[in-house]
Each structure stands twice: as C-alpha cells, then as structure tokens.
Design a protein around this ligand. Structure first.
Ligand code: SF4
Ligand code: SF4
Length: 220
C-alpha cells in the first residue's frame, strides 16, 4: 500500500511519545548533565598518548617516529624528537618525543593517527566536555596533558585494549625468546672458543699442533 511505511513510522513515533509517560526506557533524551548515558565503546573524540606503568614520562610508548605527524590531514600534531634514547617495552633503545603537541581545536577526530601508529602509542579518548575560554592555549595539549595510562585505556575501550595487551605480551615473549636464544648461542660460541686452545695444547687432531711425521714403509 502506498505510504504504508510512513504510517508505520508515525505509529512508532506516537507509541514512543505516549509510552514515554509511563515507560522510562522509551525516553530518548536524558536530563544532562545531571543524568548521563554510558558511551558506546567505539566512541571517539580526540587522541591521547598511552604510557605503561606509573610514570607518564618514562612509560610513554611513543618512539617519536613522526608517522602520525606526517599523516594527520589537518596537520595538528607537532613532534620534536629527543636527542638521546630510552629502552622501549621489549628493551630496544628508542627515541622519545621531547615535544608532542596536538592542537585539539584543529583535530577532526578522524583517528588516522591511531591507524598509522606502529607502536600502539596513540588512541582515541571518549572525553567530550572540553569547553574552555582559552581558544588557543587551552586547546593546545602538550604530551603531559595527552598522557593516559594503560589502565585508563582498558576502562574506556576494554575490547580493543585487551587485544592490544595480548599482542604486546606476545611480542614481548617473542623478543625475550629471541634474546635468550642469542645469549645461548653466544655462550656456546664462547665455550667453543675457550675449549680450542686447550685442545691445541693436548695435540688434538685439527688443533693446529705439530704431530709426529708418519713412518715411511719400504717394500721390497
Ligand atoms: S584524529 Fe585525525 S586530525 Fe586528530 S590528530 Fe589524529 S590524525 Fe590528526
Ligand atoms: S604516536 Fe605513534 S606514530 Fe606518532 S610519533 Fe609516536 S610512535 Fe610514531
């Protein structure tokens, strides 16, 4: 029937409108800010920098590779690489950002910085109450203001953070296994090198020591 869909839509609206007087779950609005709806896990607003442990400076995951800075469409990320290095979570010496700023007044919440980061160092926050009277300084966030702990990440994006933790734990286990194998190979090589002079002094074959010349056999 022509217009059947429109009639169904209007009936649904009317059911919700009158029903909202008796059933609270039919209300589509809440008395904000006194009442707040819990945000869906996939909510994203502006980026933050992740750190491990208790120290936002030492534990910052960012290695200052500057990929996000280059890929950010409105160019609202500014990074200055450190001169020295510090170990990352697998013990590899890495640079860190001496300066990491994001101009949130320019950020368009596209999440490209998150997608391109190879170090799981930047994620999207769910916080949206950011109004300030300082248009410039108030929305130019430094790395200190951007830093959030991994515990915070687990609270706002539990599924994503769980997958990330699992992957990083595997990477750490692989790196430790590789380091252990390399250490065992180095120890075996050192032991072999130490055993070689001892074998040489005992005149072992192939040791490089002079052996007695073979006796000549004369046949008649
Ligand atoms: S979310 Fe998009 S616009 Fe905002 S800092 Fe990241 S890449 Fe730039
Ligand atoms: S946040 Fe990620 S992509 Fe951006 S500089 Fe740091 S490590 Fe590189």
């Amino acid at each position: 029937m022509l217009g059947e869909g429109i009639i169904q839509g209007l009936m649904e609206t009317a059911r919700n409108f009158f029903g909202s007087y008796v059933e609270k779950e039919r209300l589509v609005t809440v008395q904000f800010p006194e009442e707040r709806r819990s945000l869906p896990e996939a909510t994203r607003q502006f980026p933050f920098l992740l750190y491990d442990g208790d120290d936002p400076e030492r534990g910052l995951r960012c290695v200052s590779c500057q990929i996000c800075e280059k890929e950010c469409p409105p160019r609202c990320i500014h990074i200055e690489k450190s001169k020295d290095r510090k170990p990352d979570f697998v013990g590899k010496q890495q640079f860190y950002p001496a300066v990491f700023n994001i101009d949130v007044s320019v950020c368009m919440s596209c999440q490209i910085c998150v997608e391109v980061c190879p170090f799981d160092a930047i994620r999207m926050d769910t916080e949206f109450e950011l109004s300030t009277s300082d248009r410039f300084g108030g929305l130019l966030w430094t790395k200190r203001e951007l830093a959030r702990s991994n515990e915070y990440y687990r609270q706002i994006h539990p599924t994503e953070a769980g997958e990330c933790d699992e992957r990083r734990a595997k990477e750490l286990a692989d790196a430790q296994a590789k380091a252990a194998a390399a250490a065992a190979a180095a120890a075996a090589k050192a032991a072999q090198a130490a055993a070689a002079p001892a074998a040489a002094s005992n005149g072992a074959p192939g040791s490089g020591a002079k052996s007695e010349p073979a006796k000549k056999v004369v046949t008649q």
